[in-house]
Design a protein around this ligand. Structure first.
Ligand code: ATP
Ligand code: FE
Length: 355
């Protein structure tokens, strides 16, 4: 089976062709147009600009994905598209494009939850069995999911305010580092002393898997203002120490909360316990090292898909769509965009048969 995937829920316009043959899955193409430069001057994603850029790029993106895969649209078995959650304008661009293609070809149309796409990615690249524990850490999301099946997810905790990627990006802004903030903060932190500034590790006194990062940002702002020079700039060493302090706090919180999530998950007695990560923040070396170390300690396999599949892409949407297609499940042309779409409450119904 061959499926076209379309993704446009945030600031990346993406299309991909994925084929499943004899139980093996191959990504035939995966095109991603990053809108980063369009939003750079504004210090964040501007919804109107994103919507327009998606609308302008999406047809071209689909054409390129098909051409690169060497597949004609009529040779596909279905069209999968992110139907939410995300910015409404972007999601609409994708859904409208997919509906047009489905109407023109008569191919089945499959609406996919963006978070389900992220959550199923480890099975696209590795031999991972259900149930596994998923930590999704990106620019817009932070949650622990127990993935019981392709259509059954249990959220066991997550951030109650900012997402980690957002916190990295804001930290970069506070420290005068370039965007995207994650890589810039990581580079600066490598030169710094993580113990010079005592930054908080919020919610570690609580035994649940919830996290909070907004207090960390406020504490960082105060620490920065304490060392700012007379002309309101930072010395390179202050900048590095602040970045290192922030990254260490973030790493400690993620490690400690992942340890708690592992307790809940391992209690289910999975045959081969797996912790998988997705999201751009999973690229962070310090965070990766802490999670690798934690998993080694607990005898849990650590699975981190390549970064191009950890961040937003359409291959994961196509792959999630294949699961629904396999069940003979699809949507009709009334499929609508759902800017809010929590995974564990509604995915079973929307992602197919529901068990
Ligand atoms: P979402 O996928 O939730 O809609 P998004 O598209 O912003 O949001 P991703 O593309 O998964 O998220 O990841 C981007 C985020 O990852 C940015 O916030 C970026 O700063 C962060 N990031 C990237 N590399 C690193 C790194 N090395 N260390 C920390 N954070 C990083
Ligand atoms: Fe995403």
């Amino acid at each position: 089976r061959t499926i076209l995937g379309i993704e446009s829920s945030c600031d990346d316009t993406a299309a991909a062709v994925v084929r499943q043959l004899d139980g093996k899955t191959a990504i035939l193409s995966s095109i991603v147009f990053d809108q980063g430069v369009l939003h750079a001057a504004f210090g964040g994603v501007v919804p109107e600009i994103a919507a327009r850029a998606h609308a302008e790029k999406i047809d071209h993106c689909v054409e390129q994905a098909l051409a690169q895969a060497g597949v004609a649209l009529r040779d596909c078995d279905a069209i999968a598209v992110t139907a939410g959650p995300g910015l409404i304008g972007g999601v609409l661009s994708g859904v409208m494009c997919a509906k047009g293609l489905a109407a023109a070809t008569g191919l089945p149309l499959i609406g996919v939850n963006h978070l389900a796409g992220h959550a199923l990615t480890p099975r696209l690249t590795d031999d991972v069995n259900f149930p596994y524990l998923m930590l999704l850490v990106s620019g817009g999301h932070c949650q622990f999911l127990i993935v019981h099946d392709a259509d059954r997810f249990k959220r066991i905790g997550g951030t109650i305010d900012d997402a980690p990627g957002e916190a990295f990006d804001k930290t970069a802004r506070l420290l005068g580092l370039p965007q995207p903030g994650g890589p810039a903060v990581e580079r600066a932190a490598a030169q710094g002393d993580p113990n010079r500034f005592a930054l908080p590790r919020p919610l570690l006194d609580r035994t649940d898997c919830d996290m909070s990062f907004s207090g960390l940002k406020t504490a960082l702002l105060r620490a920065r203002d304490g060392v700012m020079t007379a002309d309101l700039s930072l010395t390179a060493s202050d900048q590095a120490d602040l970045a290192a302090g922030f990254q260490a706090a973030m790493t400690d919180v993620l490690r400690a909360k992942t340890a708690r999530a592992l307790d809940l998950y391992v209690a289910l007695s999975p045959t081969e316990p797996v912790l998988a990560v997705a999201g751009g923040v999973a690229a962070n070396g310090a965070i990766r090292a802490a999670l690798t170390d934690l998993c080694a300690e607990r005898d849990v396999r650590f699975v981190a898909p390549p970064l191009s599949l950890c961040t937003d892409n359409a291959a994961m949407i196509a792959f999630a769509g294949l699961h629904r297609l396999a069940r003979g499940d699809s949507d009709d042309l009334t499929l609508s965009a759902r800017p809010r779409w929590p995974l564990d409450a509604t995915a079973p119904a929307m992602l197919g048969s529901g068990k």
